[in-house]
Design a protein around this ligand. Structure first.
Ligand code: ADP
Ligand code: MG
Length: 345
């Protein structure tokens, strides 16, 4: 039986006060099964990092519940909370900023290993550090142990960041734009290294990227959630979502993939946005917040009410679009007053 690693139940995160208050994350629900991958994809400012930080326990939600192995994280005891923070590790976009420049790779790895009493002797420490470097593909390990971050390439630094996250045997890794700063030529091998980790160590992944091509590669066997202005507008198994994208925003993102991508050639439902501009979270459009950019926009139907994230539900493949709900025979899932052009009946 599958076991849920982490679950968001109607989670929102608000920042600021009064007129300046925004909902960086707005009513987001999802779950990730143990050992599986969920990838959040969306433009900058869509709330991906805020979601990631809440998963890692670095930010509390303003509304809703976060369950870790079925337990509300806000009610964990002190020792359970410590255990949770250790079980969930985060890898950031810029390893240069997250790795201390005056510490060698050995020092970076030794600190958590000793602090958490994962190793008990010097020989054991070195064995463990070498094993971790092998796992992340920094071989032979002895060539890397005594190097400093500035002596490594971007891809190698990111591998060190992954090795450091692995020191504490995490159950869940949040990788936020972990390959974005790495040279394109090294990106695939870094992605493949993380994929291998996931398979071999059974680590659960929340993988965050603004790049759908990267998302597709990493989460091919998992799930994708497309975020737009703080909401999940589409969620489903990656292969279903790519083969039959429901939300017009997802379809526009797929259209924007490089032409050589076979997925684009296969997907006939190409869509071009009406406007390239993302609205401000301080001044959101009414109804579906995507409507000013949406090629499927219908006046008197789309700007009335914000569609729920699951207004379209095709065997668990969810999307937040009234037009598609109607097209796909799910009209009964649309609130009545929306169907009747805003007239409350
Ligand atoms: P993404 O990672 O998708 O680019 P973020 O989660 O970083 O998006 O940000 C979502 C929105 O929340 C943005 O408008 C951002 O400016 C805002 N935001 C993020 N963190 C904070 C914060 N600590 N205080 C105020 N606003 C924030
Ligand atoms: Mg971000």
């Amino acid at each position: 039986m599958s076991e849920t690693a982490i679950e968001f139940v109607h989670v929102s995160k608000l920042f600021g006060h009064g007129k300046n208050q925004i909902r960086a994350v707005d009513d987001v629900s999802f779950k990730i099964e143990k050992g599986k991958t969920l990838c959040l994809v969306g433009e900058s400012g869509s709330g991906k990092s805020t979601t990631g930080k809440m998963v890692a326990g670095l930010l509390p939600p303003s509304e809703g519940k976060i369950l870790y192995k079925g337990k509300d994280v806000s009610t964990l005891t002190h020792s359970e909370s410590k255990q949770f923070r250790r079980a969930v590790q985060m890898i950031h976009q810029d390893p240069y900023a997250s790795l201390n420049p005056i510490r060698s790779v050995a020092q970076i790895l030794a600190t958590p290993l000793q602090h958490h009493h994962i190793v008990r002797s010097k020989p054991e420490l070195y064995r463990k550090m070498e094993e971790l470097l092998e796992i992340v593909g920094l071989t032979p390990p002895r060539d890397f142990l005594f190097k400093y971050p500035h002596q490594l390439s971007g891809g190698q630094r990111q591998r060190v960041a992954v090795a450091r996250a692995l020191t504490v045997n995490p159950e869940l890794i949040v990788a936020d734009e972990a390959v974005s700063m790495v040279d394109v030529s090294l990106r695939v091998s870094l992605l493949n290294m993380m994929l291998r980790l996931q398979k071999e160590l059974g680590v659960t992944f929340l993988f965050i990227t603004h790049d759908l091509a990267v998302a597709k590669h990493f989460a091919w066997e998992g799930q994708l959630a497309v975020m737009y202005l703080g909401r999940i507008v589409e969620l489903g198994d990656t292969q279903d979502l790519i083969a039959d994208p429901i939300h017009p925003y997802t379809r526009a993102l797929i259209t924007a993939l490089p032409e050589a991508d076979p997925v684009v050639t296969r997907t006939k439902k190409r869509l071009i946005l009406r406007s390239p501009d993302i609205p401000s979270l301080l001044n959101l459009p009414s109804g579906c917040t995507f409507h000013p950019r949406c090629p499927l926009y219908e006046e008197g139907f789309c700007e009335i009410e914000r569609p729920a994230s699951d207004v379209v539900n095709i065997n668990g493949h969810l999307a937040a679009c009234f037009v598609e709900a109607r097209k796909r025979g799910q009209e009964d899932r649309i609130p009545e007053f929306v169907r009747f052009g805003g007239v409350k009946v």
